[in-house]
Design a protein around this ligand. Structure first.
Ligand SMILES: *Cc1c(COP(=O)(O)O)cnc(C)c1O
Length: 439
């Protein structure tokens, strides 16, 4: 199956992060998934810790979502004209994220961020954008600068095919370093349209903002007349109904969303203050469009998902965080017992086990820290876990996700698998099939 795909599709994949280049071996081909489990074409079952890279917070094939999509599909897969479902999903988002007064739907996170940047530039009449190393904001040209996971995993500096002229107004600064932000603003007064970041980084592995970092960015951007954009494509509805901005109590000017708000169908959204969003055509001069934007199947899946999250409320997120803590800290404790240096970063239902190399510090608070991880060791661990029925994201630089249907059984099975896998790393136990562990 892999060879056939490779003949027809570059690398056999439609997104490079799906290839197991960083961890070795071929990625299994999947046939179906249900709840917390993935099933491959060879009949193997895996506990899922990547959740389709974020969207599957309710678990796979959640009955309410499937029913909503089936129902919508029966009434046509696309209209290219407005439906009530768009306003319904918009309302569910706006009710949860108070900084968003108006929003527009698109079909991916990449599109959402690209469009938010365009609006920010138009609104401020400025060109320059500031981002942070290790933050991924989709694969659009101007943002593919020091962009974390995919590019970091493959060791590609940005990407070929992007003229330097396209990124000349993009500056990537060190995450959690307000001084660099001050310096940049001092050097380019009145030129910065926006500062964009993942308020909690997921795309360099999980990295939390230092206390005061987000507050500092809010204060600086306000003082300088630049917009603050929270890219919550990953954290939106993942960390809380109101995303990271709710947890940290910051009001950004614009927010980008994706992943969870589509319930596993292709959806992105960008939104914020009405006066900014009203720059968009047909009201204003900023052109932005999409044939399948607000697609009825995608809206239906999003509505069913967000309804479930609204119903679950804070209790839902508290439970999710509890289960996540038991898994993340449980495995970390096993590693510690075995003398394997791991740094566990976690928040809500996102976590990363950073395998530190001997020179690494024991905190990971920016991309350089993350990049000092022992990726070979992570690769061995990943493969060992996969062989024991646990599917972790296939890169050291990706956050793992826990869903609402991960429970006691999965906690116990994951810790047991990690015990074996980590012991195999220390050479204390024999690995079942050592040959396939080779990178
Ligand atoms: C996944 C992601 C994107 C890109 O979304 P796509 O739907 O893959 O285009 C943008 N920003 C962040 C923070 C993401 O995690």
């Amino acid at each position: 199956m892999q060879r056939r795909a490779e003949r027809l599709i570059p690398g056999g994949v439609d997104s490079p992060v799906r290839a197991f280049r960083a961890v070795g071996g071929d990625a299994p081909f999947l046939e179906r998934a249900e709840g917390a489990y993935l099933y491959d074409v060879d009949g193997n079952r895996y506990i899922d810790y990547f959740g389709s890279w974020g969207p599957m917070i309710l678990g796979h094939a959640a009955p309410a979502v499937i029913e909503a999509v089936r129902d919508a599909a029966g009434r046509s897969t696309s209209f290219g004209a407005s439906t009530g479902a768009e306003a319904e999903l918009a309302q569910l988002v706006i009710d949860a994220v108070p900084s968003i007064e108006k929003l527009r739907f698109v079909s991916s996170g990449t599109e959402a961020v690209m469009s938010a940047i365009r609006v920010a530039r138009a609104f401020t009449g400025r060109k320059r954008i500031v981002k942070f190393e290790g933050c991924y904001h989709g694969h659009s040209d101007a943002l593919l600068v020091k962009a974390g996971s995919g590019v970091a995993t493959l060791g590609i500096p940005g990407s070929a095919g992007i003229p330097v002229e396209t990124t000349q107004f993009t500056t990537a600064l060190r995450y959690n370093d307000l001084e660099e932000v001050e310096t940049l603003f001092a050097r380019h007064p009145g030129e910065v349209a926006c500062v964009i970041l993942e308020p909690v980084v997921g795309n360099a592995g999980t990295i939390l903002p230092d206390e005061g970092f987000l507050q500092g960015l809010r204060a600086i951007t306000e003082r300088e007349g630049a917009l603050l954009i929270f890219d919550e494509v990953m954290t939106g509805f993942r960390l809380a109904l109101g995303g990271a901005q709710e947890i940290f109590g910051i009001t950004p000017d614009l927010t980008t969303l994706g992943k969870i708000i589509g319930g596993g169908l292709p959806v992105g959204a960008f939104g914020g203050r009405a006066e900014i969003m009203d720059q968009l055509a047909p009201l204003g001069p900023v052109y932005q469009a999409g044939t399948l934007s607000g697609n009825p199947l995608a809206m239906a899946a999003g509505i069913a998902t967000l309804n479930a999250l609204h119903t679950g409320g804070p209790e839902f997120y508290r439970n999710l965080a509890k289960v996540t803590a038991r898994i993340a800290d449980g495995v970390a404790a096993v590693a510690e017992d075995l003398g394997i240096p791991i740094t566990t970063n976690r928040i809500g239902s996102m976590f990363t086990w950073f395998f530190r190399d001997s020179s690494g510090s024991d905190i990971v608070r920016d991309f350089d820290d993350a990049a000092r991880s022992d990726t070979a060791r992570f690769g061995h661990f990943h493969r060992a876990m996969l062989e024991r029925g646990v599917w972790l994201p296939p890169s050291q630089y990706e956050a793992a996700f826990v869903s609402a249907v991960h429970g006691e059984v999965e906690i116990a099975a994951t810790i047991a698998a990690a015990k074996d896998s980590l012991a195999a790393l220390t050479g204390e136990l024999h690995v079942p099939s050592a040959s396939s562990l080779a990178l």
